[in-house]
Write a new protein. Structure first.
Lengths: 222, 222
DNA sequence: GTAAGAGTGTCACATATGTTACACTCTTAT
DNA sequence: ATAAGAGTGTAACATATGTGACACTCTTAC
């Protein structure tokens, strides 16, 4: 187990020996789960720190009519819902179910807080994890708040130029990109086509060449 | 100063005496600023914990063309950019400028981490602050990811029903609500009008009565 | 009471995006 | 080499939302 934990972001920089003594001197549990088991319901209070040791989990957001909206998968080793262990809305944001058999390490919140106090490296790691989540979400909101597809494309390209060049490498299909933008695939293709006609960019399968940087920037300035 | 800090979320539950000794035993600075002074630029590394003691600040997001996009104001006493002190993207997300004269308490990151280690109440408070930010953003994303105005209205209403009733109290104008939804004001009014025609809701100045709860829920279930 | 301004309902029209469909190209497994 | 499937470009049409305008109501300050 401690070999696995050593690979998790929470225990970054600690050796197996140190992890062993920090965990074993402290109340904890191992919980085994099997495929399709439901580990937590959306809205349930988060009272324990949970670290996925083995197996795969799925978080599923459920709407008012009971349909699933967004789905996110998680692999080990990783903390589960780190941003929901503290804070005023300390409830699971999703239904958590098992995609395979596996194991979770459970540490109750009070013990976990003590653990953070006891080892400053773990404290730093945890703060990095939670702040990282907040930063990711903040980035995503910036993105979602652009209204037109043109703006999203421009923003994406300007943020992904290889430094010193006018090239953006694409590591995903238009289909995946459309999904990330929250727009329909043909609509994305149409907007790309328009930008090409305007000689702003030259879009190829795997990379985009920026032809008129100024024009691209002006799309983002209202 | 310690009287002011006692009111800040970070020092919740500590008395003036305790705050005094925790701060004074530790490297810190007080920085005075005056109106219109710029305290930090977007993209600058965040290396210190900063707590606004007096005065008002404005965070301004700047786009690629140099125009300001979103603006947020902050009042004392409050931590500045708590979610950006740790994490992989530890850079100011906004330009930070002063709306008035005032004072900031500055504690360098290393010292601040030590402070979190030393007092578990402060640790808990800080974790609550950062997790709270993440939760707020997560909530906002849920909201932004509804595509139609009907969906946003339905989601908003269902989340704000006074428990045990079929009434939602409105504490903001349609104008403000449209801005929060990221849509145009007349478009919001039109969608409201449609929902009224369908006998789903009865919208008055200050409150909304839900007439057909089932219909409202079905809007969110695709 | 009255004037001014904010809030609201509504309209005609412009625009952006979604939907569905199809053809074409590229990649990959066999 | 070929077939199958994914990725892409494009079109016609449907729909949702934005824009700008105007009238009306409500609130508030004087």
């Amino acid at each position: 187990m401690f070999e696995i934990l050593k690979l998790s972001p929470l225990f970054l920089g600690l050796n197996t020996q140190e992890i062993n003594s920090l965990i074993n001197n402290r109340l904890h549990q191992i919980r085994n789960f099997s495929t399709n088991e439901i580990l937590a319901f959306s809205g349930e209070k988060v009272e324990k720190a949970m670290i996925l040791l083995e197996g795969r989990l799925r978080g599923e957001m459920i709407d008012f009519a009971g349909n699933s909206l967004k789905i996110e998968e998680m692999e080990s080793p990783q903390m589960i819902a780190p941003a929901f262990l503290y804070g005023p809305q300390s409830f699971f944001p999703v239904n958590l179910s098992a995609l395979s058999n596996g194991k979770i390490l459970i540490i109750y919140k009070k013990e976990f807080t003590q653990l953070l106090s006891d080892d400053q490296r773990i404290l730093n790691n945890f703060l990095n994890i939670v702040a990282g989540k907040a930063q990711f979400l903040s980035q995503k909101i910036t993105f979602l708040s652009f209204k037109t597809i043109r703006e999203k494309i421009a923003y994406y390209l300007l943020n992904n130029i290889r430094s010193g060049t006018m090239i953006v490498l694409l590591n995903q299909s238009q289909r995946a990109m459309a999904e990330m933008f929250g727009v329909a695939r043909p609509s994305l293709a149409r907007s790309i086509g328009e930008l090409e006609e305007e000689m702003a960019i030259h879009w190829e399968r795997n990379q985009v060449e920026i032809i008129n940087l100024q024009l691209l920037k002006s799309i983002l300035g209202r």
